[in-house]
Design a protein around this ligand. Sequence first.
Ligand SMILES: *Cc1c(COP(=O)(O)O)cnc(C)c1O
Ligand code: SF4
Length: 336
Amino acid sequence: MDVIATTAEQDSTESRFAEKVTPYLRDLMESSEAIREMYQLNPELENLEADTSVDLLNEKTSTPVFGTVKKYEGQLLALLSYTCVSNCRYCERQDRVGVGLDSAGRLTKEKIDNIIDYVAGDETIYEVIASGGDPLTNPKGLRYLFEELSKLEHVKVLRIHTRFPLQNPDKVDLKLMADLSQLREAVYFSLHIDHPDELTPKAIKLIAELKAMGYIMITQTVFLKGINDSVETLKDLFLKLFELGVRPYYIYHGQEVTSTRRFVMDLDDEVNIMTDLRNQLSGLAFPQHVIDIPGASGKVVVPSNHWSYDSGSVSDFKGKRVTTSDWNEIAQGKGH
Ligand SMILES: *Cc1c(COP(=O)(O)O)cnc(C)c1O
Ligand code: SF4
């Protein structure tokens, strides 16, 4: 296949969403079709030249200070880096990931200082979430941000959203991780994981190490057609995580951005799977099914088939009513 190959070490500044896969994942791709689907660029199915300017989740209009998204009361998301060690074909931030902030796609110290000043000036912020891209690709920035924030009394909880441990487990900086875990009573470590094949012996060992440091381990998953769109696969994933002491937290409805269309499932199919799963799993192994409503505000819990409900429209956190046809239009770039 004619693909663009970049090495894992190279900083991706292409405007196209390049194929970028660590040697560790390359090995896994040989034995796992799911991992191949996640990372292998498919030029026939991906329209990489399409318009990437659609602000599907209103993130660019919710930026109080450069490098942040603030949509919820009390919480601030800090996008520490727009680089990842590998590029997932279904990435919803592919308009920004790999495109680059500065040349390395990482927030500079000056920009992080602005974020720290902003948080210092807003005592309603009790939680700061380091996200990206992948915040672990900016280890110095992550250490600086969290150490400075830990000096602010009103910031009670720190959280890291990452996929790095599943993409390059040998390169996770354990000293950094151990230090950050001590900054608060509750430091949450949220692992983005979509398939049981990602739980290799190396990943499992790393999860145990992170747990031993004191992190509260949670996960986020995205529904992906052709990868995890079955009761069996998700049951396997959530039970394995549960056994490892990792709490499945969210499963998202996949969103349609330019080249992710082939992965997006019908919301009704997702609801059927979740309804089936509910009586097969411990409540502790069962994540919340949520949708980040396109063109609206908030991650809203999707109801199960245990209820009769109107699946044609939903209210966001601010009471704004959105129909499913509205969000399909927004996803196709016709909205706003
Ligand atoms: C997802 C998200 C959060 C965290 O939401 P939780 O429901 O607490 O996991 C915070 N801020 C922004 C902008 C987000 O998109
Ligand atoms: S790790 Fe997350 S941000 Fe990075 S490419 Fe994958 S989905 Fe996108």
